[in-house]
Every structure is written in C-alpha cells, then in structure tokens.
Design a protein. Structure first.
Length: 726
C-alpha cells in the first residue's frame, strides 16, 4: 500500500487525500493546481492556495513528483493498481476479487464508475483516511462480463427503460425511441448495452429481441436462457451442415476398429432420456475374470475440428437441462440419433475395456475406437427392479414398453454381477476418502401445457451407483493413462475444501450435536461422510447437505492436474459424456492423438479451452437452477391458501428462509412481518431471539407457513409465518 499523506493541522480545507486520489487515478497525466481546483470545483482564492500547499506537502512526502514546474505525477512506487473481477452485492456496493490479494476489497457505489457485476476491471486500492479501512476505486473497465440483459421494458413518450430482476444489476438501461425495435410497454426484452456516457446515470441500450409477456411459460424459459447468453436453437447453417454428415456404418470404418458387436451390451439411462452417451458390455473370460467395456459415443468421429459444427459445439460447451426441455450441445441428428447408443443399432464408440477379477481389482486395460451393438435399453427403474428382485420379468408399472416383458437371463446375470462389482468399487472409494453427496433432486410432473401438476423427488439407488462407478473407472483410468505420460490433457479437478467454510459448517452442525475431525485430510473427509449419513431422514438433513456442499471447492476443468478431492482420485477426467459436454470431446481427441504416438499438445491453448468450458458449465448450472425456481414458484402460485410445514434453511439480518418439506420449494419470511414477538438477529447462532418471550427461530427449526407472494418474473417466493412446530 502507498504511504498516505500525514495528517495536517486543523484547517478549513484539507484537500490532500482528494488531490492524491485524483493524481493516483491518472498515473500518466500530469496535473497542476488549476486542473485539480476545477475537478474539485474550487473557485475561491483561499481553496486554491490550500491546493498549492497540499501539492507541495504530498511532494515532500514523496507521494507525488513535480515533473515540470507546477505539474505533478504520482510516484511510481506508490501506484497500487490491480486487475480483477467485480462481485456486486444487492446493495449497490461491490467487492474487488483478485488472486494477488489475500482478501476481497470493498468498493463503495461512488467508486464503481459504471462497472457492473462480473466485469474485469483495473482498480486503485487505498486506505480511507478516516478509518484506515482498505477500499478500491475502479479506474478502468477492461472487459464487460456481459453486454446483454433481460428485463421488462417501461415505455414513455420518447424513450424507454429496462429494469432487470437481477439484484446485482444496480441500474436500469435507457432505450432511445429509435432503438425500441417494436417492443411494447411491459414486454420482457433482451437488450444490448451499447454505451455509458461518463455523466449519464444509466447506460444506453438497444432492444435486441422481444421475448414475450411476463409470466408466460415460454417467455420466462427463453428469458432464463437469454439472461445467461445460452441459445435455444441452432443457426440454420449448422443444422444444414449436421444433416449432410454421412452417419452410415460402413465396412471400411468397422475394419479400423475393434469389433465388439457380438458381446452382450446394454444401456441404463433415465426413462425420459433421448441421448444415450454410454453403454456397458459384459463377458466372462476363460480365466474366470470379467471383461467389462465402457463404450462411449464416438462424437469426435462426426464432429471434426475446424468445422462450423465444432465451432458451435465449443461455443455452447454443454447441453442445458431445463425443467421442461433440453437445449443440446449438438443438433438432434447427432445427439438423438447418429451418436446416441440406441437399442438394436450398430454404433461407433470410443471404449475403455477392463479386465476385473471377483474383488473388482484391475487386471488389464485397453483404450480405443470400437463398434458395438446394444442388445437392450433399460431405465434406471427397470435395472433397479432386477437388482432388488433378481427377477427376469419386468412388470408393466415400471416397464418402458408399458407392458410386462422378460429379460434374457444372460443380461440379468450381467446386471447382477456388475452391481456386485460396483458395490465393491464404491466401498473402496469411500474408504480412500471419497465424499458421497447423494442429494435429492426435485422433479416436476408436467401436463401437456408444461404446467407443474406435481412434485416428486429423485434419489440415486443401486442402479445409479452401478453406472456411476463404471463411468468413474473409465474417467479415472483414461486420465491416469495420459497423466503418467506427462502429456497435456483435460482434467476435471477438485481442490480441498475451504477451511474457513468448514469452520463455519462446524459452528452450525455443533448445534445439532455433530462435529468435523480436522486432524488430517482423511479424517475431514471421513467425518464429512459420517455426517452426511447421520443426518439422513432428519429435519436438518437438507440444511447440512447444502452447507457441506457450499464448503467444498468448485470442480473445474484444467490442464494442471491437482487431483479430485471429492472423489479421492489422483487423476480424473471427463470422458464419458461427449454428446453433452465438450471437454469429453477434447478428451477423446487427445486420447486418440496419444494412442497414435502424437506429441504433447500446446498446454496454454487447451487451458483457455478448459476455462471456457468451466465458464459455460457454470452458466448452464445457473440457468438450470433458475428454471427449477421458476417452476417451484409456478407450482406454489396454485397453492396460495394452503398451510405448509417447512424447515428454516437460512437466517439473515432481514429474515428467515423456509424450505417446504413436501416439495422443497424455498421462500422468505421477512422478520418485520412476524408479530408474535420482537425478534433480534443473532449472527453467531444463525438465529433470531425474541426479546419479550425469548423464543428462538434458528436453522433447522420446523415452522408452518403460507404463500404470501409468488413472483414468476423474479422467481421468488414470499411466505407468511404462521407458527413454530413444537
């Protein structure tokens, strides 16, 4: 930090800090006293004399340099400039986030200088003279995080302005009359920010697209996608290119591959899946071991580098799974047909083939391109029924066919043996320190108009774990195979948990009688696993699950391998879902390149691709989460008069968040609306304490609520507090 000007004696004006800030924020521009007086709007002689004196004092303190008679620049060693990202709060203030700094730095509203959430900026960091508290001021916006925003337009006589529902977007956007582009008052629109003149209160924009009327289903879903810059259709030229690809299975191509069409093969996927990325093959070897093939759609056979199809796939980087639809990474001709491992069809695949013994120990491995034939398609429910009953007869109530059918005995035996091996593999993984987050997924029953008519929960069972373990095996072994050669590769990495967040988690779970053992990395993971098992079925389960996940670092893609903490793997990659994830396509290409004897590729180039893939994954996850919130609000809008039992899932200084047990919809109760007592926020206990009756409202408590307001545009629920469940 630069030295700050020494405190001067008491006088009417003390301009030194303001002067220093002006000069420091313009490091390449010399200032004289007249220019500074004009900026400070001082036109009296006394103030100007004070400025001249302060300039000389600052120079004597070696904070500024007189580069010409009466002209000053900041001393080069006093320039505290950093580049980083703006993280806005909902209160029109922000924080500057930079890897070079130990802590985030506060930015008051007046110092944002038109920077918005997520922007990459250059800031000047200084200590507030009054409190010595560190603050930052934006001196340059290097790159806008986004220039397109979704909001509702309010049209006046000669202009319009767009207000977004995003709490971190602190300004509306002014739209000149000639930039309205047929938008009508009250429409939901996508606008592009074009300019923000220095003295203007709001940025100037233009309407790019009218999305529809607020609250309409398609409007809100398209608004979610547009908010995150996610497309909902393919450019015509990309569709045309994909439709011209030769997707036939030819003898010439089969000859280049390992032919595994005669080996028993099947898929297990969600019942509503249309794209089948992966299949398992199974056969017993003469030595009594098992050959298990993990066969993955060979997307890279069809999606060639340098084509417009590949450019579009990279740009998207991932499929997006909203509540009512999938926005695929690849056009339908590939994602649902040519690349999808559909039953009773021959397909090109990229495979990891393993020989395992009865103890699930790896004996041999092989990687390469193959051709397969899928004998059977199972839903998770059908495979689970076989595991639970060991029966070969699938009843109509869970059968994909809608009627009873028999499964050939070799397939039943294969499913049961794979399940047994997967259980051993999972047990070994947990013993090695893997952490098991088996979080409940919220799903909706939709009618023909995509209206939610029911809520159900989806939880992983043995059939899910069976597929998971073999996919993990393939991902791990492919990464290990290349990683040990010290060649550039795409890893899926996961750092150790944030210690401060773990300590925060400890302080909360201790209220429920749980604890974390901080002695070693292994004891932390073991105690986290024990915790997640202990809370199963208890009222605090979702709270603890959520807080434990938040304490974890975020997984990401990188060419720098640091291992995967959550899975307890030294090497890990994403190889098994190339239809819906671009990093998997890159992993396939790199693996084939190295199998062909190729040299290590440019690490910097692939690191940039990793960062792009991670960023797109985050955007897709946010969109998916928003679509669930939207559908929850829509569902609750039809249950306004009902009483619900919920769990306090969050406590803030403005109120409590309550998650309804029956459907996991979450809403807020503002503390000012609870009239039974005067509640005071206790930050350390994450609780409210009643001043008169000493009642306690804390995390994990069960309370009864009713819906007060359901805002489809903001995707927010407000609840009315009724009473505590004693």
């Amino acid at each position: 930090m630069p030295k700050k000007p020494k405190k001067l004696g008491k006088k009417k004006h003390n301009f030194s800090e303001k002067i220093f800030k002006i000069i420091a924020n313009n490091p390449n521009k010399p200032f004289n006293y007249k220019q500074i007086a004009a900026i400070l709007e001082c036109d009296d002689t006394k103030s100007r004399n004070e400025i001249i004196k302060d300039l000389k004092i600052l120079a004597s303190q070696k904070l500024i340099t007189e580069v010409a008679p009466g002209k000053y620049l900041v001393e080069s060693n006093n320039q505290e400039y950093y580049e980083g990202i703006i993280d806005m709060t909902s209160r029109k203030t922000g924080y500057f986030v930079c890897d070079a700094l130990d802590d985030d730095v506060f930015i008051p509203f007046m110092n944002l200088n038109h920077a918005l959430h997520g922007d990459r900026v250059k800031v000047y960091i200084y200590n507030k003279r009054s409190s010595r508290k560190t603050e930052a001021e934006v001196v340059e916006i290097l790159e806008r995080s986004k220039v397109e925003f979704v909001g509702v337009i309010d049209i006046q006589k000669n202009f319009g302005f767009v207000t977004t529902a995003n709490a971190k977007m602190y300004t509306d956007i002014f739209i000149p009359k000639n930039k309205l582009n047929d938008a009508q008052h009250g429409d939901v629109v996508l606008v592009r920010l074009e300019d923000w003149p220095k003295k203007a209160d709001s940025p100037l924009g233009t309407v790019v697209k009218v999305l529809g009327k607020p609250g309409e289903h398609d409007t809100e879903i398209h608004a979610i996608l547009a908010e995150y810059g996610l497309p909902y259709d393919f450019p015509i030229e990309v569709e045309a290119f994909a439709n011209k690809i030769d997707t036939s299975i030819t003898a010439n191509e089969i000859a280049k591959r390992r032919d595994m069409r005669d080996i028993l093969t099947f898929t297990i996927d969600p019942k509503d899946a249309k794209d089948f990325d992966d299949a398992l093959s199974f056969q017993v070897l003469p030595n009594g071991n098992y050959e298990i093939g993990i066969h993955i759609a060979d997307v890279s056979h069809y999606v060639k580098e340098g084509t417009i199809l590949d450019d579009e796939a990279f740009k998207r980087a991932t499929s997006v799974y909203l509540v009512d639809r999938v926005v695929p990474m690849l056009p339908e001709v590939l994602s649902n047909f040519a690349c999808s491992l559909r039953p009773h069809e021959e397909k090109y695949t990229f495979s990891a083939v393993f020989e395992l013994n009865d103890k699930a120990e790896l004996v041999q491995q092989w990687f390469g391109r193959t051709v397969i034939y899928s004998d059977q398609r199972f839903s998770y429910e059908e495979a689970q029924y076989i595991i639970e009953t060991k029966s070969d007869l699938i009843p109509a109530k869970i059968a994909l066919t809608g009627s009873d059918y028999s499964v050939p005995n070799p397939i039943v035996e294969a499913v049961l043996k794979l399940d047994a091996l997967a259980k051993i593999m999972r047990q070994k993984r947990m013993a090695a320190g893997a952490i098991s987050f088996d979080k409940v997924e919220v799903k909706f029953n939709l009618n023909e108009n995509d209206e939610p008519i029911g809520v159900y929960f989806k939880q992983a069972k043995e059939a899910n774990f069976l597929i998971e373990e073999f996919m993990l095996l393939a991902n791990r072994k492919v990464a290990e195979f290349i990683g040990k050669q010290k060649k550039t590769f795409i890893y899926r990495i996961h750092d150790e948990p944030n210690e401060d967040k773990l300590i925060g988690l400890q302080s909360i779970i201790s209220k429920f009688g749980y604890s974390i053992n901080f002695k070693t990395k292994h004891t932390i993971s073991k105690s986290l696993n024990d915790l997640l098992v202990e809370v199963q079925g208890r009222k605090e389960q979702n709270l603890v699950d959520t807080l434990a996940i938040r304490a974890m670092s975020k997984a990401r893609y990188s060419t720098e391998n640091i291992g995967h903490y959550g899975l307890a793997f030294d090497y890990y990659s994403h190889f098994t879902s190339p239809i819906r994830r671009y990093p998997d396509v890159m992993a396939h290409r790199l693996l084939q390149h190295y199998l062909d004897g190729g040299k290590s590729v440019n690490e910097e180039e692939f690191e940039e691709k990793c960062e792009h893939s991670t960023d797109r994954e985050i955007l897709a996850a946010n969109a998916e989460r928003d679509s669930v919130k939207y559908m929850q609000v829509k569902y609750m809008k039809d249950h306004m008069d009902e009483e619900f039992l919920g769990v306090i899932s969050g406590v803030t200084e403005w109120g409590i968040y309550v998650e309804i047990i029956a459907n996991k919809c979450e809403g807020m109760v503002r503390i000012r609306d609870i009239k039974e007592d005067y509640y005071v926020f206790d930050e350390k206990q994450y609780a409210y304490i009643g001043e008169m009756y000493k009642g306690l409202l804390q995390l994990g408590d069960e309370v009864y609520v009713k819906v007060k307001n359901a805002d489809l545009v903001k995707k927010q629920l407000d609840f009315t507090y009724l009473r505590k469940n004693e």
